[in-house]
Every structure is written in C-alpha cells, then in structure tokens.
Design a protein around this ligand. Structure first.
Ligand code: 9MJ
Length: 673
C-alpha cells in the first residue's frame, strides 16, 4: 500500500518528536515527557513503518535496536588521520610543553582549551546532510573498523542532527565510554548469571563495541562525548576549538560539560587540580586531562610531530593500576560478622598511594579471579575505596600454587560460620562473643557519624579490647585516666582528653544513638527515620514489625533486624548501661511527616561547606522533613552550592533549579526551626 500525504506527514512528525524527546532525555538528561508517552509515540511510529516499509529510513529513532550480526567488520580509511596525543606526567612537563609552543610561535599570545581525558575508545562519526551514515574506530589512526551498526544503538548519539546551518558533510570525533553506574550494574548482573565480568569500564566499552552482533551492543550502557571535528564542508569551521564544540552541542551532539577555556599554562594546571579533586564524583572514568591550543590558525601553524599534534598534550593522572605480588591471604571479620578475604601485597605505589592490602570480597571472587598466594596480580585503586585485585597473572605462575579456601570456623573466635542466604558471603555466628565483631562494633560506635568520640581511634580500640579493659560499647564510659595513661602511644594528657571526649559524647541525639548501636542495615538515614517517626527509644524498642515497616525507607528485612536486635537480652543490657552512664538526648515530639516544614522538598548539596559540616547540613534538612538527594533533576527544589561546586551546579542552572549558597541555607534552617 502507498502511504498518503497524511501518513507521510505523520511519520515525519513522529520522528521529529521522538528525536527531540530523545535529545532532551539522553543528551540534556532532562526528560520533558513521561516514559510511557514516549513509548506510545515510538510504537505508533513502529506500526506506521511496518505498514509502509518503503518509508523506513536509517535515521528513524526506531532503528537503534541492533541489526543482523556481521561476519566481520569492514575496514575504513580516515581521510583526515585520527591523531594520538603526547603524554605529560607532571607539572614540569606541561611548563616545558608551553615553553616549546611559545618558542615555536615566538609569542605567548594564545589560549588553551582544557578537557577531561575520557578513558574509552576514540570514534569517528560521519554525518551527511545531518544523518549519521558511518561510524568507525580509530584503529591505527589511518584505518579503523566500521562499527556503524553498533554505534547506532547508543542512545546519546544522534542519528540525525538538529538545529540550523548543518554542513553537508561533517565528521565528528570523540570518545565512547561506559558510565560507572551502568558498568557496575552490568557487572553485577553478569556475576549473578555466571557470565564474563569486565575488569574496568574501558574494557567493557571496548568489548561492547567489538561485538559483531549489534543487538548485544544495544543492551550495553554506552555513552559518548565529542571533542573534535574531522572533515567538514568548507566554510563551517569556526576560528576556535571552543566555538566548534559549542556548534556540536547546538547540533545535538553530546559534549563534556566539565571542559573549559584556560588562559595559560598556569590555568591548565589549576584545571588539572580541580578535575583531579572532582574525579571520584564524576559519573565516568577519566585518566587525565587534555590541553589544546584553542585557535585553529595557531594549531595549523604548530602542525604535527609523527602522528601527534604539537598543539595538544594529555596530562595524565597517576596510574590507578599497578603490578604486585600476593604474600598472603588473610580473613577479616567485620562488624556484622561477615568474613572478608584480604590479600597482603608486596607494597606498591598505585595512583600516588602506597598499597599493601587489597580486598578480595569473597570466596567466589577469589575463585573467579583465580588468585593464589605467590601470584603476581594487577592492583587497582579507584577513589577512596579499598584497593582491589583486578586479575591474577596466573599464566606467569612458575610453580603450582595452592587454591585458597575460606575457613569453616571464625579465624578470630573459632565459632562456626554460616552462609548468608541469597548472598555469596559467609558470617561468623559468634556475635558479641567474637572479639573481632566487638572491636568493629566499638569502632563504629566511636566513629564520626555515630557518637564522634574524638581521640578514640581504631588502634586504641584494638588495644583496649585486647587488654580486656573493655568488652563492649558501654564499658567505654567506665574507663579511668589511670587505666588509659599507661597504654601504648598514650600519656596523661591524651588520657585526659579521651575522658573529656567521652563525656562530651554523652550528649547526643536519638538518631545518632540508634545509628551508633550498629544494628544490621540501619544506616544514618534509617536511624533518622526511626527517630523522627517514633520519637523515643522505648517506642523504637517495642515497635511491632508492622509499625516499623510503615516507616519510610524501612522494608521487612530492616524491620526484622531492628526487632531482633532489641529482643536480645545482651543488647538490652548494653543500652541500659549506656543510659545509666549518662547518655542522653532530647526525645522528639512526633509530628506526622506531612506536617514537617520542608516535607516534599528535595535538596541537593554540592561543593565544600565552610560553616556547616555537610553531614550536619543533611541531617538538619532531613529533620525538617526535606529529602536530601545525591543528584539533580527537574524534581529538585533547591541546590545548595558550596565552594568549587561542579557538574551538579551546572545541571541545576541548565534545568532552572533554584541555587542557593551555604549562608542562605543556614538562614532557611534558622528561620524554620
Ligand atoms: C579524550 N580521550 O577525552 C582527545 N580526548 O584530541 C579528548 N582525546 C583528542 N581529546 C585529539 N578530550 C586527539 C585526541
């Protein structure tokens, strides 16, 4: 059947709408219609295309689901070679680079553009009359592989450019990568289904793009940022790299929001420090930053050395992975009794920090990675988290090494271990009898977010328990200066200070107290919710399961953990002793949640705070009924932007969400309270 004019117009309209909504959702991260509404339009377009297959075009939003599998990738030639970058490893390298440019240009009158260096794969996208017609990997820079079908499945990459004045031919380059959240979720799913787990997001992105069956790629959470223009119809290239990126953005292509102009080499180094600090909060992995001379004319003047441009350099972060050797595998017992194998390593510098231990998570993980004592292993450190072993170089084993097995009794107290239902971990059944669990419980009690006992560090807790000066948290308040002053690394003054801190810690709040008890799966937010909804300790202790489950954020498992905790006689005694020692707090007049002044409001805190500690600000807002979220969306009521606020602030501004500073937040809290 031939489509009518009306059918044709409807198909075009649906495609335009879906392109627009897709752009708002994926590129701007700012959905404007509900998902169900989008799906409705999508299905309508699919059914029209089925009815009139002659109207199907490659740029249709329906054509992202993956094409039939290829036998192999075709080779493509890059008309303009895809360059690699020279590397710099410290500030001096950058100052030398800048000096070389100044000498060559006989001028220092030029600016840089600084960009995070994404850890993914370089890709070239070719658009003709605004339609994506080819995508290729960088390969060796001259020839790469045609991965068009795979690239077409990546939702953030427009199949069709938007806006005006689009060149007939446009080749865009950038990095395809896998955002961390998607990477972690994908690996967790793979683990559950006993499938291959990727060692890092870069490998995951590469593995996903190398699939001959694009239906597999379609299920992988890939993303892209564009960072340069390759070939383009004449007359379209602006004078500056920064303007070129602005044009790409206008045409609907994703561009990294962290990039910015840098006046000179010093500004580049400041950019490096800023991004290095932000690195752990970015939703994707970067391995450094890139500085590029911003003016294209100056770039041309500088030219290339072999295959790298003279006008750009990658300033790499210290490596996050290094090789080491496993000396031993110990088993640690955590606060809730979970047994965690830990590899003791020959000390090695990873990302600027000396690493001697790495977690091995659980027995399954050791088996999967086939880590044995004596093996050479890759150690990886990301952000503040405990270093991990990425993989073992088992192929390099010189002699046969024993496989590791988890103990069937607790290595600390000798109690039996049990398998946790639905999990891969095993747990010591010793409870409060187990010295390791007791130590961890006391460390938790003293920690900053719990009772914040200044001067009671982990080492001291271990000493106190080992010397049997304390057995549980309530014994802390019976300690005397005499008992303390002769301990290792103590003295009269420190002992006196600790006694003072213990005294100060007695004045607390109900939610802090509940949190400090270390009830399984009762974190700060749950403790606060319990306090705000039940108001006093007795009500919490005696609450029925059904009552607990009605409280926001508390499900059946947590409710049962709370009930079990308070039903144990030894816990009841400890709580009583703590109160007898003088711990006190103000009970809370329980107001229905709906009546709290900030009920329904969603705050996001970003950047450094000067007066308030971030945790305190969060608590105070939650007490007033607000939700405190970690990410900005259209639903956010207000973003509190402190010093060096980054992408969250940018996003708030883009979405038109109200932004206030710390002083304004303090005023709000003071006025309402
Ligand atoms: C990355 N990987 O993020 C370049 N890159 O420019 C950025 N790579 C590059 N630019 C020219 N931001 C060649 C490579």
């Amino acid at each position: 059947m031939m489509p009518s004019h009306q059918d044709l117009a409807k198909i075009q309209w649906l495609r335009d709408q879906l392109h627009q909504y897709g752009y708002q959702y994926y590129v701007l991260d700012e959905p404007t219609i509900p998902d169900a509404e989008y799906d409705k339009l999508f299905v309508e377009l699919q059914s029209l295309e089925k009815q009139f297959p002659q109207c199907l075009t490659l740029d249709s939003p329906t054509q992202r689901v993956g094409a039939p599998a290829l036998l192999k990738f075709q080779t493509v030639t890059h008309e303009v070679p895809m360059l690699s970058l020279a590397n710099a490893f410290d500030d001096q390298d950058i100052l030398d680079f800048n000096q070389r440019l100044c000498d060559r240009l006989a001028s220092s009158d030029f600016q840089y553009f600084a960009e995070p260096k994404l850890d993914g794969l370089a890709i070239s996208l070719q658009y003709e009359n605004g339609c994506l017609i080819r995508a290729a990997t960088r390969g060796d820079g001259k020839t790469g592989e045609n991965v068009t079908e795979n690239i077409r499945t990546i939702a953030i990459i427009p199949l069709k450019l938007m806006g005006n004045n689009i060149p007939e031919k446009l080749e865009v380059r950038g990095e395809v990568f896998m955002p961390l959240q998607g990477f972690n979720e994908m690996n967790q799913k793979a683990l559950k289904n006993a499938q291959k787990v990727f060692a890092n997001p870069r490998n995951a992105a590469a593995g996903s793009l190398r699939q001959l069956d694009s239906k597999i790629t379609a299920n992988r959470p890939l993303s892209m940022f564009c960072y340069s223009i390759g070939q383009v119809s004449s007359g379209f290239l602006p004078d500056y790299h920064s303007d070129a990126l602005a044009l790409l953005k206008q045409w609907g292509l994703p561009v990294c929001p962290e990039s910015s102009l840098a006046e000179d080499a010093q500004a580049c180094l400041a950019f490096y420090q800023n991004i290095l600090h932000k690195r752990d909060q970015l939703p994707y992995e970067i391995d450094g930053v890139v500085y590029k001379v911003n003016q294209f004319k100056t770039q041309e003047q500088l030219g290339f050395v072999s295959r790298a441009p003279r006008w750009a350099i990658a300033h790499k972060f210290p490596a996050q992975e290094a090789l080491s050797k496993v000396i031993a595998i110990d088993v640690q017992v955590g606060r809730t009794g979970v047994l965690t194998p830990v590899a003791r390593l020959e000390s090695v510098l990873v990302g600027g920090v000396i690493v001697t231990n790495a977690t091995l998570h659980n027995a399954d993980e050791i088996k999967r990675k086939d880590v044995r004592v004596g093996d050479t292993v890759y150690v990886r450190r990301a952000g503040d988290v405990i270093p991990e072993i990425v993989r073992s170089l088992s192929e390099k084993r010189q002699q046969s090494l024993d496989e590791f097995t988890m103990p069937d009794e607790c290595p600390v107290c000798g109690s039996e271990v049990e398998k946790i239902e639905g999990e891969t971990s095993i747990r010591c059944t010793g409870g409060i009898m187990c010295q390791a669990q007791r130590k961890e419980a006391i460390k938790h009690f003293a920690s900053r977010k719990a009772l914040d006992i200044d001067g009671l560090g982990d080492k001291l807790v271990e000493q106190l328990v080992d010397l049997e000066l304390i057995h549980n948290i309530s014994d802390l308040y019976q300690l005397s200066i005499e008992q303390l002053k002769n301990l290792e690394r103590m003295g009269e003054k420190s002992a006196d200070n600790l006694i003072k801190s213990l005294k100060i810690s007695k004045k607390t709040t109900l939610d802090r107290f509940i949190y400090s008890l270390g009830i399984r799966e009762v974190g700060q937010a749950t403790a606060l919710s319990l306090a705000n909804n039940l108001g006093n300790l007795d009500a919490i202790k005696h609450a029925e399961l059904a009552v607990l489950e009605q409280i926001p954020d508390i499900g059946p498992v947590v409710a049962s953990n709370i009930k079990k905790f308070f039903s144990k006689i030894e816990n009841e005694q400890i709580v009583e002793q703590l109160i007898d020692s003088g711990l006190y707090w103000q009970n809370i007049e329980v107001k229905p949640i709906e009546l709290l002044p900030l009920h329904g409001e969603i705050f996001v805190l970003t950047g450094g705070m000067e007066t308030l500690k971030r945790d305190d600000a969060k608590r105070q807002l939650q007490e007033l009924g607000a939700k405190v979220s970690g990410s900005v969306s259209k639903k956010t009521t207000c973003v509190v932007a402190g010093e060096n606020a980054g992408s969250k602030l940018d996003k708030a501004e883009k979405l038109g969400v109200k932004v206030i500073d710390e002083q304004a937040l303090i005023e709000i809290i003071n006025v309402i309270q």
